[in-house]
Design a protein around this ligand. Structure first.
Ligand SMILES: Nc1ncnc2c1ncn2[C@@H]1O[C@H](COP(=O)(O)OP(=O)(O)O)[C@@H](O)[C@H]1O
Ligand SMILES: [Mg+2]
Length: 368
């Protein structure tokens, strides 16, 4: 369906990928993991054709439909109402819809008998195609998806520009789900979602017929959805079978094996060096010494990556605060007509650990 072959990619003067080969097949569920800045988003941009490889090649099946949710997705901010935006222009359905409108206009305008018959036949075919593509239940599906992602009925007719960035990202996600492409590339889709929406999305994606490639730092989300993990490791993409937990276990096992191999090699190198040092000045051993020197020079050293360089940071002990850290009494807060808090009382005591929960837009950030 979509594959990378021996791909090399540089960004900002740095080699991100070298010799990356990867094949995505129909209906597969992949997670893409790796440290921040390791090139996950860049890999998606390569898959989506938004960025060119420096070497190697990307092959896409000719008729592949691809939906790409960008990490910094902002979505449109125009006058289009949310529901129209969500059901809007995607692929063949939009083409069929436009063709239907055109043939209807011709029929209304009139023509010769032969023309009218031909147009009516064309209209019949288009209707059939429209139905096959799910045109009739499109709106119902879009509404269900929008509800699932936390929108309310009243939002459906609001223009896109009336939504905040976070909500426009949800609208973009909804549009992609409605379009149901062969492959969904989702770059950290849960970042802007509240818990209820994350759970809904997880359920929805479980039933999604297409392939999914997912960048996420949400272990539970990955565990529930993916059956393969691609991990960016020192410029390579290593693939693992199973969900995120399985990936971690295999990676730990690999790491242990690699450490053992590195330790063995280290021992071998030391033995060789000792041999060289000992017999260097002996004419009778000159050839053996030479060959060992060569051997050492050509040895490919096993590199063991360390999780990360250790950083030591000290924070000076702060002076002790009072018992009462924060006190709010009878606080009101509104943005224009939207009342966020009314008569809010809140006290925080030293040492308390509190989670602030609530749907998006409830006022959590405002409280902070
Ligand atoms: N257009 C660009 N120009 C320069 N550097 C870039 C560009 N795109 C990405 N990078 C760099 O490439 C690296 C990988 O970025 P990215 O793919 O966003 O990583 P990730 O998604 O894993 O956090 C980063 O060091 C980033 O700064
Ligand atoms: Mg990224």
């Amino acid at each position: 369906m979509l594959s990378l072959y021996q791909v090399e990619k540089r960004a900002g003067g740095r080699l991100l990928y070298e010799g990356v080969t990867l094949r995505l097949a129909q209906g597969e569920r992949w997670g893409l993991v790796g440290p921040n800045g390791s090139g996950k988003t860049t890999l998606f941009r390569l898959l989506a054709g938004e960025e060119e490889v420096d070497a190697g090649r990307v092959t896409r099946r000719g008729d592949l439909s691809l939906g790409y949710l960008r990490q910094e997705a902002v979505g449109a901010a125009d006058d289009t109402p949310l529901l129209v935006h969500t059901t809007g222009s995607h692929g063949e359905l939009a083409t069929v819809e436009a063709a239907l409108a055109a043939v209807e206009a011709r029929l209304a305008h009139g023509g010769s008998r032969d023309e009218l018959a031909a147009w009516a036949a064309e209209q019949g075919h288009l209707f059939e195609r429209f139905q096959t593509l799910g045109g009739f239940d499109l709106e119902a599906r879009a509404e269900a998806i929008l509800h699932g992602l936390g929108f309310r009925q009243a939002d459906f007719v609001r223009p896109m520009r009336a939504f905040s960035g976070g909500w426009r990202m949800r609208a973009e996600l909804a549009r992609l789900l409605v379009a149901a492409p062969d492959l969904l590339l989702l770059d950290e889709p849960t970042n802007h979602l509240d818990l209820a929406s994350v759970e809904w999305l997880e359920q929805y994606l479980k039933g999604f017929p297409g392939a999914i490639f997912l960048i996420s730092h949400d272990r539970t989300f990955l565990n529930h959805l993916v059956t393969k993990v691609a991990s960016v490791e020192a410029g390579a993409v290593v693939t693992y079978r199973g969900n995120y937990d399985a990936f971690e276990q295999q990676q730990a096992e690999r790491q242990v094996l690699k450490q053992q191999a590195a330790a063995n090699q280290e021992r071998q190198i030391r033995d060789t060096e000792r041999f060289i040092a000992r017999f260097r000045s002996k004419a009778s051993k000159a050839r053996q010494v030479q060959s060992r020197v060569k051997q050492l020079a050509h040895l490919e050293r096993i590199e063991v990556e360390h999780d990360s360089a250790a950083v030591h940071i000290r924070f000076p002990q702060p002076p002790r605060s009072g018992r009462l850290v924060v006190e709010m009494a009878g606080v009101d807060k509104a943005y224009g007509d939207v009342a966020v808090y009314r008569h809010l009382d809140l006290t925080l005591q030293r040492g308390e650990r509190i989670a602030l929960a609530g749907p998006n837009g409830a006022g959590k950030s405002t409280l902070f």
